[in-house]
Ligand binder design. Structure first.
Ligand SMILES: *Cc1c(COP(=O)(O)O)cnc(C)c1O
Length: 357
């Protein structure tokens, strides 16, 4: 961390590549794509995708056309699928950049000519052709005239749980794809789906979160390497010698003697306000509880249990790291690792390590 930095986010590109390779090996002979939507879950789509492309990843998924254009500017060759599909209006940007829309409805299909993926809904009720549209398409394949269906895909609702719905969706997907008789390739699994077994792999898997270290198998040991480290700098340490309260709403009361450290990270940096009086950090291996409310730029920790030689102004506290990973922070905040990652703020100084192949 430079002197002037108040917090540092370190992103390990080698760990992302290792995670992609682990999934690729697990899914083989299916191809492993990489989902880099939402700026690669907050970690920087351009840096992440460049490292993965150098490692051999040939297929990327983004959510929006703008995300696709950002990626195309640095990656001339790989396939880039756009999950939101096409919207009414000129499609010039998509065609010029050679992006491939994922067509989610017959309405979207009517707007498109050329190579595409076709998304069929098998139980998510979010995006994808619904049952009536699929029947219409089977009755009249001419509806897709001029569309070169490369990939038929669907998305699992409960892949991170041991749910009967997984096998149901898998069977429904197989049946629908067979009846449609469209597409050169099929894809069903995202991160957690990869770990449901070969029946879910089809021709292409689409992992996102697992590449970034989130556990795709909740309740079981995390097979993925940790990618993110977040360190905050202590701005001030206050000695408490009489009962007093800390922060907005006076929601924490220090009963006796102790010390409180103020760290330069807040909800504007994506340190979720739900972590008020709940989260913790790590100083030289020791856990320190977050006390008081998370404010916009600052959080406070009770560092009474840590020697003053470790918890002093200018020292760093680990907020996300090996001893306190993304999923652990998410559990404390009552959310999922996906939200913790995608909330990571733009204000952190960032350091990328690795990424050369
Ligand atoms: C976001 C997304 C993925 C990636 O999901 P992860 O759980 O992050 O692996 C794959 N497919 C679709 C359609 C998605 O929207």
């Amino acid at each position: 961390m430079r002197d002037r930095d108040t917090a540092l986010l370190t992103i390990d590109l080698d760990a992302i590549v290792a995670n992609w390779r682990l999934i690729a090996a697990r899914a083989a002979p299916a191809e492993a794509a990489a989902v880099v939507k939402a700026d690669a879950y907050g970690l920087g789509a351009v840096r992440v995708a460049a490292a993965l492309a150098a490692a051999g990843c040939r297929t990327f998924f983004v959510a929006t056309i703008d995300e696709g254009l950002e990626l195309r500017a640095v990656l001339p060759h790989p396939d880039i699928f756009v999950l939101s599909g096409v919207l009414p209006g000129p499609a010039g940007d998509i065609t010029a950049a050679g992006l491939i829309p994922v067509l989610n409805s017959l309405e979207q299909a009517a707007l498109w000519q050329g190579r595409a993926a076709l998304h069929v809904d098998t139980g998510m009720a979010r995006l994808g052709l619904e049952a009536a549209e699929i029947e219409r398409l089977i009755a009249d394949p001419g509806v897709l005239a001029g569309i070169d269906v490369d990939l038929v895909c669907s998305h699992l609702a409960c892949a991170d749980e041991d749910s009967a719905m997984n096998a149901d969706q898998c069977q429904r997907f197989r049946l629908l794809a067979d009846r449609l008789g469209l597409g050169r390739r099929r894809s069903l699994a995202a991160s957690s789906g990869v770990f449901l077994g070969p029946a879910f792999h089809f021709d292409l898997v689409r992992p996102g979160a697992a590449l970034y270290g989130v556990n795709p198998t909740p309740g079981r040991p995390n097979p993925m390497a940790q990618v993110v480290r977040l360190q905050g700098k202590i701005l001030q340490v206050r000695d408490v010698d009489s009962p007093m309260t800390v922060g907005y709403g006076a929601s924490h009361r220090c009963a006796g003697r102790g010390r409180v450290a103020t760290v330069a990270v807040g909800y504007a940096d994506g340190w979720l306000r739900a972590l008020s009086n709940r989260g913790h950090g790590i100083i030289e291996g020791g856990r320190v509880p977050l006390v008081g409310r998370v404010s916009m730029d600052l959080i406070t920790f009770d560092v009474s249990a840590v020697p003053a030689s470790a918890a002093h102004a200018g020292a760093t506290i680990e907020l996300i790291g090996p001893g306190h990973d993304v999923d652990a922070v998410a559990a404390e905040a009552g959310t999922i690792g996906y939200e913790v990652l995608t909330a990571l703020g733009r204000r952190y100084a960032r350091s990328y390590v690795g990424g050369g192949v």
